[in-house]
Write a protein that binds this ligand. Structure first.
Ligand code: FES
Length: 423
């Protein structure tokens, strides 16, 4: 077997390891590369953390992850949302041990330092030992350098400078709008609770899979046949659905061409519109003539780089842990004003991505076997050629492939390479 590591120079290595139609297995297994990814990607770009609806009331808080960082999302008494590192400024203790709650302050259990839920140090015991109260001015729970939200989706950036959230989202913002546009009140909530799926696989394998239209017929054949779902047929050679690269590492499976062809409201949801009379009526009342289009086209299937996956009725939040480990958090989308469909979205989510669900368990089996295979020495490469010869550029300038093509993966790797500093 030939060596593929020409030098210690990371740029040269990556240039060799990431090629337009294949990538090297070590990209998923090299701990040194994972450390570089944390520095060059996860510490610079916008990372999805949670949703404003998880802290609806003043002083609500919830523990979250931002890459490997333990953070607390708080809502202060004035309604502003903050992301604070969960670390005491005294000797670095993890401050908050609860998953969520409501409090205007956090008190460190070690020596009693207390902080407001905006991060400001409120007090500490026995101040004479420090020569007075003012001597610790400037110490606080540190905030994530940049926090911004879009349609209630909260993102954090560990970099003080860089593109704005809206610049980062680019065309993917329209996909979030599409989801929100299925709420009769134009608002979604992600407050149904999150399931955490610890996965023994590199985070990039999950990102690649989320808009891989080649696998569903095989990996998810059992759930499609048990439920009689028409979704599997959307991912076939005969499908008019497309895979699209939206730029900035974002990719989607756009299933709308198939749903438009069928022209049936709620086909995307797999439940006839007659079974959702109150939801459909509320949509028609809210959006008039445009309601039909929304109900026919349905929700997006989009992977927003690097960690927010919207899979129609579920949202996934992928956070890396180590080179061969990540956690995928999932929750059911809830539409404001859509109680009738919300119950179904919750039960469908439990059935597909819950602890005994039939969908994510199959994907996870593939992620973990993919990781174990990538750890083997030969053959060294993962192939990405599917659909290379039939890609097109659409009217908006985005690269588009067929439903089962690896167009999304190639788009992901182009962005990955640029973020890692390789031109
Ligand atoms: Fe928190 Fe000492 S480590 S008060």
């Amino acid at each position: 077997m030939t060596s593929v590591m020409p030098a210690n120079d990371l740029d040269a290595r990556l240039d060799h390891l990431i090629q337009p139609d294949r990538v090297h297995g070590s990209l998923y297994t090299d701990p040194a590369l994972f450390a570089e990814e944390l520095r060059k990607i996860w510490a610079t770009t916008w990372v999805f953390v949670g949703h404003e609806s998880e802290v609806p009331e003043p002083n609500d808080y919830v523990r979250k992850k931002l890459a490997t960082q333990d953070v607390i999302m708080t809502r202060d008494r004035d309604g502003e949302v903050h992301l604070l590192f969960n670390r005491c400024a005294h000797r670095g203790l993890q401050l908050c041990g609860d998953a969520k709650g409501n409090s205007s302050s956090f008190r460190c259990p070690y020596h009693g330092w207390t902080y407001r839920n905006t991060g400001e140090l409120l007090g500490f015991p026995y101040s004479k030992g420090y020569g007075g109260k003012d001597r610790l001015a400037g110490l606080r729970m540190e905030s994530v350098p940049r926090v911004a939200s879009y349609q209630g989706f909260v993102f954090g950036s560990l970099a003080a400078e860089g593109p704005t959230l809206e610049e980062h989202l680019g065309a993917a913002a329209g996909e979030i709008d599409r989801l929100v546009g299925l709420s009769p009140q134009g608002k979604v909530r992600l407050d149904a609770g999150w399931l955490a799926h610890r996965t023994q696989a590199n985070w990039k394998l999950l990102l690649e899979n989320e808009t891989d239209g080649y696998h569903p017929q095989f990996v998810h054949g059992s759930i499609f046949s048990v439920t009689g779902s028409p979704i599997g047929a959307l991912y076939s050679d005969a499908s008019t659905a497309v895979t699209r690269v939206l730029g900035n590492g974002h990719t989607e499976n756009d299933l709308r061409p198939e749903f438009r062809r069928a022209g049936e409201p709620m086909r995307w949801f797999g439940t006839p519109a007659e079974r959702l009379p109150r939801y459909v009526a509320a949509m028609r009342e809210a959006y008039g003539e445009d309601a039909q289009r929304r109900l026919v086209e349905g929700a997006p299937h989009v992977m927003i780089f690097p960690n927010l996956f919207i899979a129609e009725i579920q949202v996934f939040n992928i956070q890396p842990v180590a080179v061969g480990e990540c956690v995928q958090y999932s929750t059911a989308v809830q539409f404001e004003g859509g109680e009738e469909i919300n119950r179904r979205m919750l039960s469908q989510s439990i059935g597909s991505v819950g602890p005994a669900g039939m969908l994510l368990a199959d994907d996870t089996e593939m992620y973990e076997r993919n990781q174990r295979g990538a750890e083997l020495l030969s053959p060294e490469w993962l192939d990405l050629r599917r659909g290379v010869g039939r890609e097109e550029v659409d009217a908006n300038g985005f690269t588009v492939g067929a439903a089962t093509d690896e167009t999304g993966m190639r788009g992901f790797w182009r962005h990955y390479k640029s973020m890692m500093g390789v031109s």
